[in-house]
Design a protein around this ligand. Structure first.
Ligand SMILES: Nc1ncnc2c1ncn2[C@@H]1O[C@H](COP(=O)(O)OP(=O)(O)OP(=O)(O)O)[C@@H](O)[C@H]1O
Ligand SMILES: [Mg+2]
Length: 379
């Protein structure tokens, strides 16, 4: 069990800097997810924690010890990769115990640790099989078992589920969350899938272009994204954005003209942004209502309707040209080609200035949403 602390961590390959001075505190036992688009530096950052990449500048502490220049094998970390690369000629038991055997661990101790990991991962009936006789999910569990037997202080996962089909991914995601609630080790998990991040993390770190955009619990990021990038990245389907003209401004409010011509006033923290002429209004698909109970009504032309069973996604155009997505009830009567009215409330809107920074005061985050997913699963 261990804290992980990154201080002004930089990565350069020759002249090219890919990680630009990252500060991050991960608490003992936390499940932290690094998320962001392809190429933003998630794997590089994880590999620097693992000791598989040198840290160009800055410091890394694990369990209060500076390990910036310590070899990977002596950092007390274990990593699960996307390609699980099991030895095909060895059984599950031999695969799981191989690292310990190489480290000349006592045979009885290897058996004890492999049996314990197999019990945790429900691999006991499969211990004598070879990898070719396992499903993808079972192989991934063996790869995780290989790291559990080493009893690391910190588990590192780099997109471990991306080779699995959609159903297995959901199943394994729950298994990893359960594993975390059982073992209670610090875990750092990399994914570009924001649903995985939302469902597994105690704390999400959103990365872009080698910088941290925001760190917070899933619900904090959902309710209070600090900028347009995080607002668009967290939440599925993606938040809708509309350019609006600013008609009037006080220190704590903006009067806007919406694309449909309607004028409305919103609370906004604009004391540091005098003289704005344009802002972006953000509204999540699930906050657009099919009934007319919201404060603002908008008329849309419906292009596509997707019935998912439990909910319906409506792809539409607003004021002729602005595309938007609406998430509504499973039995929605809306049909392609319809012209219909939706409504929304202003307190559910987000506002961003021309630099993409949020202009709205943070909403309170309900206490119960701070509980780790893993705790809920074990309860
Ligand atoms: N050995 C290398 N030499 C030069 N540049 C590299 C090297 N390895 C990675 N990079 C660059 O560093 C940046 C971050 O790469 P990284 O693999 O960390 O991205 P990622 O966020 O894990 O992306 P993905 O989701 O595609 O796995 C990229 O722009 C990549 O091209
Ligand atoms: Mg990667």
């Amino acid at each position: 069990m261990a804290d992980v602390k990154l201080t002004k961590v930089v990565k350069r390959y020759g002249d090219v800097e890919t990680i630009h001075g990252i500060d991050l505190d991960i608490k003992d036992g936390e499940f932290v997810v690094f998320v962001g688009p392809s190429g933003c530096g998630k794997s590089t950052l994880l590999r620097m924690v693992a000791g598989l990449e040198d840290i160009t500048e800055g410091e890394l502490h694990i369990d209060n010890e500076c390990v910036t220049s310590v070899a990977a094998s002596r950092r007390g970390v274990a990593m699960v990769f996307q390609s699980y690369a099991l030895y095909p000629h060895m059984t599950v038991r031999e695969n799981m115990g191989f690292g310990l055997k190489m480290a000349k661990t006592d045979k009885a101790e290897i058996k004890r640790r492999v049996d314990e990991s197999a019990r945790i991962l429900q691999l006991e009936p499969l211990l004598d099989r070879k990898p070719k006789a396992l499903s993808g999910g079972q192989r991934q569990r063996v790869a995780i078992g290989r790291t559990i037997v080493r009893n690391p202080k910190v588990f590192l996962f780099d997109e471990p589920l991306s080779n699995l089909d959609a159903e297995l991914r959901v199943q394994m995601r729950v298994e990893i969350a359960k594993l975390h609630s059982q073992l209670k080790n610090t875990m750092i998990y990399v994914t570009h899938d924001q649903v995985e991040a939302m469902t597994m993390a105690d704390k999400i770190v959103v990365l872009r272009g080698g910088n941290i955009e925001q760190v917070g619990s899933p619900i904090e990021l959902y309710l209070n994204p600090v900028n347009e990038f995080v607002a668009g990245f967290i939440g599925s389907p993606r938040m809708n954005f509309f350019d609006c003209d600013v008609i009037a401004q006080t220190d704590d409010s903006l009067t806007l003209k919406l694309p449909c011509g309607e004028v409305c006033q919103l609370a906004a923290d604009v004391s540091r942004s005098p003289g704005m002429t344009r802002v972006k209004l953000g509204i999540r698909p699930e906050h657009l209502k099919e009934d007319q109970s919201g404060e603002i009504r908008i008329g849309v032309d419906v292009d596509v309707v997707e019935h998912l069973g439990g909910s319906t996604y409506v792809y539409a155009r607003y004021s002729g040209e602005h595309e938007l997505i609406i998430q509504t009830g499973g039995l929605s009567p809306v049909r392609r080609g319809d012209h219909c009215d939706f409504s929304f409330n202003l307190d559910q809107c987000h506002l961003f200035d021309c630099n993409g920074l949020s202009l709205r005061a943070a909403k309170p985050v309900p206490l119960h949403t701070q509980a780790p997913v893993a705790q809920a699963l074990s309860g």
